[in-house]
Design a protein around this ligand. Structure first.
Ligand code: SF4
Length: 260
């Protein structure tokens, strides 16, 4: 039975978002330095509205009721800035789960970062599956108020069919990811697409390329390939879901492997 991510949202939010004294708090399970983007401060959030069969955070995201602690936007801002400053990083991001599911919390986090001078020297990278920004164009317009953000829309597979296979969600929601790119471009937000290619053929990639070209030629040149990383718990999930990547990365060597 395919699920509707927009319906799943209500169920997930019940466990990972709460209001305290008029402030929206969100659950996080870790704050850490990361080597990605040449060094970035990361807040790992709990909860997502997709169930990707290659998700490295699936253990946390599939048990949102028992994982993580609640933090206010100002607490998260302080932690991210502290990590970035101590490591000399230029970037901060929210990873682990899907950042957009707690909208007021995310917008308040951006406001807190700005109030602390973050926007002058740093970039906030919003890594998202795009579903909620595609669903509601006002979300993109609200993000556009923060000039220090860059959005990376991570598309789950190249076609609606592959999206359905790897996420378990109804294939019609594939379109919202592409719509997110359009909404963000229309709102003037810095954005680029990434796509999980591990389950795609050359023809599938060509299909996505044409879909991106229909939105904006620049997206075609900015498209970033994402590949499954074979952490042991990801291998376990792939097996459970009957998914076989055509190409993946072995985290012991960081080399590409095929015919997994
Ligand atoms: S969208 Fe990201 S966080 Fe959500 S299930 Fe997929 S890989 Fe995991």
């Amino acid at each position: 039975m395919r699920y509707n991510p927009l319906q799943l949202l209500n169920e997930v939010v019940k466990h990972v978002v709460r209001e305290r004294d008029g402030v929206e708090e969100r659950k996080y399970y870790r704050f850490r330095p990361s080597r990605f983007y040449g060094g970035s401060a990361v807040a790992d959030a709990v909860g997502c509205i997709l169930k990707c069969g290659f998700c490295w955070g699936w253990r946390v995201n599939s048990s949102p009721e028992s994982c993580g602690e609640f933090y206010s936007p100002s607490e998260v801002a302080v932690k991210l800035i502290s990590i970035a400053r101590s490591r000399g990083y230029r970037y901060a991001r929210v990873s682990g789960g899907e950042p957009t599911i707690a909208r007021r919390h995310l917008i308040q986090l951006l406001a807190e970062l700005r109030a602390r001078g973050f926007g002058k020297n740093y970039t906030f990278i919003l890594e998202t599956n795009g579903i909620l920004i595609g669903y509601d164009p006002s979300y993109a317009r609200e993000l556009a108020e923060y000039s220090f953000i860059h959005v990376r829309v991570s598309i789950k597979g190249c076609t609606p069919e592959i999206f359905e296979t790897i996420t378990g969600a109804d294939r019609s929601f594939f379109e919202l990811q592409l719509r997110a790119l359009k909404n963000l471009l229309d709102a003037g937000v810095s954005v680029h697409p990434a796509v999980m290619v591990s389950f795609c053929s050359r023809e599938d990639v060509e299909y996505l390329t044409e879909r991106l070209r229909d939105i904006d030629e620049r997206l075609v040149h900015q498209l970033e390939d994402e590949v499954v990383i074979l952490y042991p718990h990801v291998v376990e999930l792939l097996k459970r879901r009957g998914l076989r990547p055509r190409i993946a990365i072995d985290p012991r060597s960081w080399n590409y492997v095929t015919e997994v």
